[in-house]
Design a protein around this ligand. Structure first.
Ligand code: HEM
Ligand SMILES: [Ca+2]
Length: 333
């Protein structure tokens, strides 16, 4: 070959390198882009209605269900992404980690799946069912309706050892919380928005026991003096020494079963139940957003819709990744 021609071909191939890199990058970007709102349009057109009906009837029988479903999704998405890994039962799975011991609502996802296996066999992932169920739980308790993209696949891995390094803890500072959120593609604003989930549901006394200590006469006294006095007294009374380990306290003492912006109003009044709630007002970076949401439920709801979708697409598996489970509590055998 003419050496000049050879050189020209070589040079133009080098010019292609950046484009090859861009193409490879685009093909390997998070598979969230492969999700779509009409994913089951032909394969299971009634999926959203069926999940909603299941969540509605379960919640009518047990008012703790909406809170449980919402928390279940959060705990799923933090570990291995939103892939229903949290639903797998068995020794050494995520469910067996102490951080997940108080999760509930599994049976609601299981029954929606059983119904869907009859109507659209082998089609709808447990990961999508969980996202839809949590989305519906928010709407059913008065929160905003959120359109969520679908097409997630179910994960094959569920290991307790993955929980601690990825889970948040009530003892965390804003920096520590933000760091965990950032590692999942969520911002500090998302942290404030999504913590608003604590406007519903309840917590066991041991979730905030480090904020109190037992005095010599057996009563509980607040160690954490940032808590508003009346509220602290109420908590100390409910969670007094000797109270049952199953005793629960509403996350939002004012409107416990309503998904509203009361959580933020509570925070500013020093009535945040968990230490990780209270820190959101003591840190200037998060306090501003708390104040904004306390003044406007619309602003909270608009942000919720955005942050919830961000949560629901963390590290999703799509395409040939993972599988569509037949039963949500175990991987296909
Ligand atoms: C930011 C860090 C967070 C921490 C440290 C945290 C921690 C906790 C803890 C300790 C409980 C009480 C569990 C119990 O005692 O049974 C709880 C309850 C709850 N959390 Fe969070 N959480 C956080 C963020 C979130 C987020 C982002 C969501 C959802 C988007 C969420 C949803 C819930 C719900 C709905 C409940 C009530 C559960 C029920 O009623 O069964 N949490 N959280
Ligand atoms: Ca997961």
């Amino acid at each position: 070959m003419d050496p000049k021609l050879h050189q020209t071909i070589l040079l133009s191939s080098f010019k292609l390198i950046p484009f090859i890199f861009i193409a490879v990058f685009l093909l390997s970007t998070p598979s969230a882009s492969q999700l779509s709102s009409d994913f089951y349009l032909f394969s299971c057109p009634n999926v959203e209605r069926l999940v909603r009906n299941t969540v509605e009837s379960a919640s009518a029988l047990d008012s703790t269900i909406p809170g449980k479903l919402l928390r279940l999704l959060f705990h799923d998405c933090l570990i291995e992404g939103c892939d229903a890994s949290v639903l797998i039962q068995g020794k050494g799975t995520e469910r067996s980690d102490p951080a997940n011991k108080s999760l509930g609502g599994f049976y609601v996802v299981d029954s929606a799946k059983e119904l869907l296996e009859v109507l659209c066999p082998g089609t709808v992932s447990c990961a999508d069912i969980l996202v839809l169920a949590a989305r519906d739980a928010v709407e059913l308790t008065g929160g905003p309706s959120v359109a969520v993209p679908l097409g997630r696949r179910d994960g094959l891995v569920s290991s307790a050892s993955n929980v601690r390094p990825n889970m948040v803890d009530t003892s965390f500072s804003v920096d520590e919380l933000a760091q965990r959120f950032t590692s999942k593609g969520l911002s500090m604003d998302d942290l404030v928005v999504l913590s608003g989930a604590h406007t519903v549901g309840s917590s066991h006394c041991d979730a905030f026991s480090e904020r109190f200590k037992q005095s010599s006469n057996g009563t509980m006294v607040p160690v954490d003096t940032s808590l508003e006095k009346g509220y602290a007294k109420q908590l100390a009374e409910t969670c007094r020494a000797g109270a049952s380990a199953t005793t629960m306290v509403d996350n939002d003492p004012s409107t416990p079963s309503l998904f509203d912006n009361q959580y933020y109003v509570n925070l500013l009044a020093n009535r945040g139940l968990l230490h990780s709630d209270s820190v959101l007002v003591t840190d200037a970076r998060t306090r501003r957003t708390v104040e904004a949401f306390s003044e406007s439920q619309d602003a909270f709801f608009m942000s919720w819709a955005e942050s919830f979708v961000k949560l629901s697409i963390i590290d999703v598996k799509t395409g040939d990744d993972g599988e569509i489970r037949f039963s949500c509590s175990s991987v296909n055998g």
